[in-house]
Design a protein around this ligand. Structure first.
Ligand code: AMP
Length: 398
């Protein structure tokens, strides 16, 4: 990684302004229902505190539309964070202004301050320079540990970096860049990508970028049916993106021209309705009944995909193989998750992109058994598309 991290700079006695991702889910009583993201920030915060820095934390939460809204306050996060850190966490009722600046200057080494929701100000998403300058006044050093927000050039991810130096990657950010960077950079081969999810349309750029890099591309999920249709097969009432048929045909032709192996499922689990309880059966992809839809990959496909995954040295996975939210159609997705675990045990680097595949591997309880599960949905997709993320580009080079 060519960006400076918190281990490359002496932060002792300095105020570190840290962008974290505390965009956690709440119930109607403002109780945090999943604190994974808060927990994920602890290594960076603890490391900075152990180095004798003071820490000023900033995050967005939900979509308060540029003005204060008590539904989106970060105050409960300060309480939870304090429990996790085992020390007090001060809370500022705004994220900029003279009072907040005074609070940040009053911090001693080892002390923590959490700022109120950045999106109480429309200037955050507008990447407003004077707002960025106000944020920058709250620290001596900038740290970004919010990979999931790094694909947006906002004041707290990009603007602020023009007014502070150095700008360092936090530990979570460093891990994300290392693993995802390997997947788009110089992966150990054979290199296999598995793509699934509902639609081709959301992943065209990922497919095209990865096709130029992988040895094998496995396609599952709803998007498989547009590819099958492009090959002239009948897909019944399965998900079809009519306007992407030509593109699917072009991707298939490109794969052949570039000598890449693009593997489509050979069988599928079909049902009469988009419903977990709809009676289902397994059919070959060339025998999908006209009145049924494919909702998962079939057992022969699972076996074929497993074999390829287990022979790989690098595997990247983005998107479920079927409608994994319904237990009867989660078999393919869970089998792929298991195959990734076995490949990891055999020494392969395995990376799960954020979003639904991250949710699927967590649902299967296997997230600790693969090399890396990305915390950023949109950000990991843009990374895999080969784009430079503004929040990463803005960090200080080594
Ligand atoms: P994406 O956000 O594009 O990664 O798509 C994820 C969604 O794709 C999940 O909600 C899955 O239920 C859905 N999905 C996966 N396979 C299928 C399928 N065969 N038919 C319809 N939806 C699917």
């Amino acid at each position: 990684m060519n960006k400076m991290t918190i281990n490359d700079s002496d932060v002792t006695g300095r105020r570190c302004l840290v962008r974290v991702d505390f965009n956690v889910p709440f119930d109607e009583h403002l109780v945090i229902t999943d604190d994974t993201r808060i927990q994920a920030s602890i290594p960076t915060i603890s490391a900075l505190l152990a180095k004798g820095a003071s820490v000023v934390l900033m995050s967005h939460l939900g979509r308060p539309k540029g003005k204060p809204d008590p539904k989106y306050t970060l105050r409960p996060v300060a309480t939870r964070l304090s429990e996790l850190l085992g020390k007090p966490v001060a809370f500022a009722s705004d994220c900029v202004g003279p009072e907040v600046e005074a609070m940040s200057r009053a911090l001693g080494p080892g002390e923590v301050l959490l700022l109120e929701n950045l999106r109480y100000h429309a200037e955050e998403e507008a990447n407003d320079p004077s707002f960025s300058r106000q944020l920058a006044a709250l620290g001596d050093v900038y740290v970004n540990d919010a990979f999931g927000s790094a694909h947006r050039a906002h004041a707290s991810t990009e603007g602020v970096t023009h007014f502070l130096s150095p700008c360092l990657a936090g530990l979570l950010m460093e891990t994300e860049i290392e693993y995802l960077g390997q997947a788009v950079g110089t992966p150990a081969r054979p290199y296999t990508a598995i793509l699934g999810g509902a639609k081709i349309s959301g992943k065209i750029d990922v497919i095209q970028n990865l096709l130029g890099k992988v040895d094998t591309l496995l396609i599952g999920g709803g998007m498989m049916f547009t590819f099958l249709k492009a090959k002239g097969m009948e897909i019944g009432s399965s998900l079809l993106e009519q306007d992407k048929l030509e593109l699917a045909a072009k991707i298939l032709a490109d794969a052949e021209a570039q000598n890449r192996r693009l593997v489509l499922p050979v069988d599928t689990v079909v049902a009469g309705a988009f419903d977990n309880d709809s009676p289902s059966r397994i059919v070959g992809v060339d025998a999908i009944p006209a009145d049924m839809m494919g909702l998962d990959i079939g057992p022969e496909t699972i076996e074929l995909f497993e074999e390829i995954i287990l022979a790989s040295k690098t595997v990247i996975w983005n998107g479920p193989m079927g409608v994994f939210e319904m237990p009867n159609f989660a078999v393919g997705t869970n089998a792929i998750a298991q195959a990734l675990v076995r490949a990891t045990e055999a020494g392969a680097i395995t990376v799960v992109g954020g979003g639904d595949s991250a949710a699927a591997i967590t649902q299967a309880g296997l997230e600790a058994k693969v090399s890396h599960v990305s915390t950023g949905g949109g950000a990991s997709l843009e990374f895999l598309e080969g784009k430079e993320l503004p929040g990463v580009a803005a960090l200080t080079a080594k």
